[in-house]
Design a protein around this ligand. Structure first.
Ligand SMILES: [Zn+2]
Length: 465
């Protein structure tokens, strides 16, 4: 039984799919006007992995992650830099997919773009107008939050508090300060789509309602995203969808905590961002994913270079243990015979932890427990089984340890430097005592091992061929 903390119910809730054996899942994707940072990678990585876990459990998953390609930020970039609108969006969709590939995130079944769903969006808004949930003022369509009794229940806010707390600068055309735009008229120099209300574009919130329900039906199972989207984005999605469809929109709402740096959210506007590209090239894909899994997804997670460095070493430990097994067996056939009870217990724990609100940090420590045993034993059946448990079963769920193994040559040469210092010192001692035969033995032995000794005026140096 999988239990997940649902933001609406505010507690861990047993997952029961709409349709037996199937999971329909939607995660809010990026606005494509620039490259993304590792804060944006968290929902992508965590919910990618949750989707794989459902697959591991035997579900057939339909996973949707959208691209917001109609947005004021894109229009601003177009105006500020004189870029072609379509060029901005297609460029940053490509960049995003490239970043996700480098992070080992599987493509979703659908990556819909807002601009490809404009006719469906217009239908959706027309229904809201017909049903009395939305109203038009000067070519702009607003959603009337007072018409939906459940408004505020997802973010656990009271509508009355929200209205009384609203700032005065509110748009006078709105019936209530909390009303939000469904359709916005285009200014002369802005891209537009034709609609019954004139030239314009969809507002932000409506797109996710349209794309999710068009592709997944309603209700669908899981709606996911960062917890910075709960209000107003998801509250508004839920309100407009349920008033349009007359029934439930999504059965479970999952929200990840923010990635923080020195206590504040990593965001372009704060200027404390690390790009995915930098992080992957500096620490490797496995380290970035392990870092993101090192805290349960609902909690905030703190970025620091030290923590990344730790995970780089941690990922290296696991990969080296797996590589050692590959070197012992050349090819490692799946192990069919008697199972080691100790490993079977670990397998049960893996599921127990992930069933319990997708508790990835406990799974990481489970992996390190096994690696410790692998490094301490020469027991071949055990090594084979441990290898297949991590590499054959868990690696695919977590998107870890899946790269073709490359023997990691340690870049840290302080160890070998020390050893060479000792050897050179011994050779010098032999020579000082006129024990040339022993001294030459060392030189020749090193030569055979591909290490050349060079006697220079500054002392003996060595080089590796
Ligand atoms: Zn969304």
């Amino acid at each position: 039984m999988i239990r997940l903390t649902d933001t609406l119910r505010k507690r861990k809730t047993e997952f029961i799919p709409v349709e037996k054996g199937k999971v329909k899942m939607y995660t809010c994707g990026p606005t494509v006007y620039n490259t993304v940072h590792i804060g944006n990678a968290r929902p992508a990585v965590v919910f990618d992995s949750l989707r794989r876990y459902f697959e591991y459990k035997g579900y057939r998953v339909t996973y949707v992650m959208n691209f917001t390609d109609i947005d004021d930020k894109i229009i601003n970039r177009m105006k500020d830099e004189g870029w072609d609108y379509d060029l901005i969006t297609t460029t940053f969709i490509r960049e995003y997919l490239r970043d996700m590939q480098s992070l080992g995130v599987k493509p979703a079944n659908y990556h819909p773009r807002t601009s490809h769903f404009v006719p469906e969006t217009i239908d959706f808004i027309e229904k809201l107008v017909d049903k009395g949930f939305a109203y038009a003022v000067e070519g702009e369509i607003f959603y009337n939050v007072k018409k939906f009794p459940g408004y505020g229940e997802l973010s656990h806010r009271k509508l009355e508090d929200m209205l009384s707390g609203a700032r005065i600068e509110v748009d006078r055309r709105k019936k209530n300060p909390g009303d939000f735009t469904l359709w916005k008229p285009a200014k002369a120099d802005e891209p537009y789509w034709n609609s019954p209300w004139g030239k314009g574009r969809p507002g932000w919130h409506i797109e996710c309602s349209v794309m999710s329900t068009t592709l997944l039906g309603s209700p669908f199972d899981i709606h996911a995203g960062g917890n910075d989207l709960i209000f107003p984005h998801h509250e508004n999605e839920k309100a407009q969808s349920e008033s349009c469809l007359g029934g439930k929109f999504a059965n479970y709402w999952l929200h990840n905590g923010m990635l923080q740096m020195n206590g504040s959210k990593m965001a372009k506007s704060v200027g404390n961002i690390i790009s995915i590209r930098d992080a992957v090239s500096r620490y490797g894909k496995d380290a970035v994913r392990m870092f993101l899994f090192s805290t349960q997804f609902r909690s905030p997670i703190d970025y620091s270079e030290d923590r990344f460095e730790e995970w780089r070493k941690g990922a290296g430990r696991v990969n080296n243990a797996l590589l050692r097994v590959e070197e012992i067996f050349d090819t490692v056939p799946p192990f069919q015979q008697r199972k080691t009870e100790w490993l079977e217990e670990k397998r049960k724990l893996f599921e127990k932890y992930l069933d319990d609100d997708f508790n990835t940090p406990r799974v990481l420590s489970l992996i390190f427990d096994i690696v410790k045993e692998m490094n301490a034993t020469a027991d071949k059946p055990f090594l084979k089984q441990a290898y297949w448990l991590i590499k054959g079963e868990w690696a695919d769920v977590l998107g870890l340890f899946t790269d073709v193994p490359v023997k990691t040559k340690t870049t840290d040469t302080s160890g070998i430097d020390k050893i060479m210092e000792l050897i050179i010192h011994s050779r010098e001692t032999f020579r000082k005592n006129k024990m040339y035969e022993q001294a030459d033995k060392i030189r020749d032995g090193l030569n055979e091992a591909g290490i050349k000794l060079l006697d220079t005026p500054d002392g003996t140096k060595w080089q590796q061929n």
